[in-house]
Design a protein around this ligand. Structure first.
Ligand code: PAF
Length: 294
């Protein structure tokens, strides 16, 4: 695996691949790689001839008092993992290689960036959209892969790509979970063993809420209220728990069929997010039809 730190080197490598007719996938990350990231690389290998992974702890998506300084940086381990899973190139730029000190342009996806995590982390999604847009311009990938765990982030990025006509296919990859159900996250490293046991209850709460809706619960507000109460009783401080529609992340109403439950909680000093996405449309089971001879 080749490792480059500058935009010029990255572009040279990509140019060589392009001239050989190869297509390129990008997996943007902030490092401290876990099995969730490696699943993105695996999915990328199936989509393209060459896989570029970026590791860049992006300062503009961290607010004042957040964990930019202490965010886990595990360069040596990350490099080993990426080589072992077959990434072709690691792009690991310094902050000065990505941002000029007098940069004046910010990409902002209004209407999707202010709610949910955006309400608790003002400016966060502007930082994400700006750096992802820059990475797309630097690498010019055919396809880029992101984890579904960051569902709001994925929606912001898809919308940015649509609105700015960026020629890249965006692929969302299923959340990888520990046996307990806890979604893999670099911030899980902040949790004690006891907190990790509690943290698994976030996904359990999401599943209970999903099952209640699928079983016909009429009031989404009531589902949210019960989930928040359960989370509080379990030791979390919930930031939000919301029944949303997938298309635009607005609060869902009774007619909406494709739903996502978005949740963010704080457990001691650690902030965790997770979601479950599902449809209330009756499922089409081809195996049932086949067994009936249709
Ligand atoms: O999800 C992340 O790791 C980051 O938000 C991303 C997409 C790499 C942008 O910095």
């Amino acid at each position: 695996m080749r490792i480059v730190n500058t935009v010029a080197e990255l572009r040279d490598a990509v140019r060589v691949w392009r001239s050989a007719g190869q297509n390129i996938a990008l997996v943007p990350t902030m490092g401290n790689l876990h099995s969730g990231h490696l699943a993105l690389v695996d999915a990328a290998k199936k989509k393209a001839d060459r896989v570029v992974v970026s590791i860049f702890v992006n300062p503009t998506q961290f607010g004042i008092g957040e964990d930019f300084e202490t965010y886990p940086r595990t360069e040596a381990e990350d490099r080993q993992k990426l080589s072992a899973c077959g990434a072709d190139l690691l792009f690991q730029p310094a902050v000065s290689a990505v941002y000029t000190s007098d940069a004046k342009t910010v990409v902002s996806v209004s209407g999707l960036s202010e709610g949910y995590c955006g309400a608790f982390r003002p400016g966060h999604f502007d930082g994400v959209a700006t750096v992802v847009c820059k990475l797309f311009n630097i690498v010019q990938p055919d396809v880029a892969l992101f984890g579904l765990k960051d569902f709001q982030q994925l929606t912001v990025i898809r919308t940015m790509v649509r609105d700015l006509n960026i020629p890249v296919e965006i692929v969302g990859v299923a959340t990888v979970r520990e046996a307990s159900g806890l979604a893999m996250s670099s911030r899980n490293g902040y949790l004690s063993a006891e907190e990790k046991t509690t943290a698994a209850k976030l996904y359990q709460t999401l599943c209970v809420a999903r099952d209640a809706i699928l079983a016909g619960a009429q009031s989404f507000q009531e589902v949210e209220r019960k989930a928040i109460l359960f989370l509080q009783e379990s030791g979390f401080q919930p930031d939000y728990f919301s029944v949303c529609r997938v298309s635009d992340l607005k609060k869902a109403d009774r007619d909406d069929m494709d739903l996502v439950l978005l949740a963010a909680v704080r457990l001691s000093k650690t902030r965790l997010i997770d979601n479950v996405c599902f449809s209330r449309k009756p499922q089409f089971h081809s195996d049932v039809l086949l067994s009936k001879g249709n």
